[in-house]
Write a protein that binds this ligand. Structure first.
Ligand code: DC
Length: 223
């Protein structure tokens, strides 16, 4: 099995690039952020403050089922059987996911699920701790990043395209806060694995970023 780990901060384009690269290579794409988002959605629906009440968050997450399925090649994610793939993309769920992902017990459950999914297939998995913790033996590790301003601009446009109204400054503040929360947490903080290749896409178009990632992968596969 060939495993690719792509990590990096919010809005670096990981999921779009990983999905397209997986399509080109015939690999399965696994979006681990969607799992933390689904856990957060379950907590928000119970109206709990995740950071102030981690015990309750653990109880909720331990009592839900999170399932992944592929429909027309697209990853769909289910919370207790309900397809929540679109509902997990709001700014509120983004912040909640950042909070819920700082809880060690929650990570344990989701990391197990991620390792199970990666067990039998060629995969590209993206997240924050894939190269450092989930798949430490991945064949290729890429740390994909871009400046906070560039990431905010891209995320802002993406949200507008989805009809979600928001302010650019709010998106930038969200990104800076999430970067801080994700990289300073005690459990599996966001960091570049020692053996990961750094790919900074600040000055690259989407197509250039995709080519860069495919080149890095294909070099290791000797294609
Ligand atoms: O990639 P994303 O924006 O969908 O991730 C949502 C949140 O989940 C993000 O704030 C960090 C967290 N996350 C994580 O801690 N570990 C992962 N492997 C993936 C995401």
């Amino acid at each position: 099995m060939f495993k690719v780990a792509i990590d990096g901060p919010s809005g670096a384009g990981k999921s779009t690039i990983a999905r397209r690269a997986a399509g080109e290579l015939g690999f399965v794409y696994i979006d681990t952020g969607a799992m933390y988002r689904t856990a957060a959605l379950a907590c928000l629906r119970k109206e709990i403050n995740i950071s102030e009440n981690p015990e309750k968050a653990i109880e909720i997450v331990n009592n839900i089922s999170i399932d992944i399925d592929y429909i027309d090649g697209e990853q769909r994610i289910f919370l207790d059987g309900e397809d929540v793939s679109e509902k997990i993309r709001t700014p509120e769920v983004s912040m909640g996911a950042s909070s819920v992902s700082a809880i060690g017990e929650v990570r344990k459950k989701l990391v197990n699920l991620q390792r199970e999914l990666a067990g039998t297939k060629n995969v590209i998995m993206d997240g924050r701790d894939i190269g450092t913790s989930v798949l430490p033996d991945a064949d290729v590790k890429i740390f994909l990043t871009a400046s906070a301003e560039i990431r905010a601009t891209r995320r802002y446009k993406e949200l507008l395209e989805k009809g979600i109204t928001t302010e650019y400054d709010e998106v930038l503040t969200d990104i800076i806060n999430r970067d801080k929360q994700d990289s300073t947490r005690a459990v599996s903080p966001l960091r570049q694995a020692e053996d990961a290749v750094l790919a900074d896409t600040s000055d690259l178009t989407f197509d250039e970023s995709l080519s860069l990632v495919l080149d890095i992968i294909n070099n290791k596969r000797n294609v």
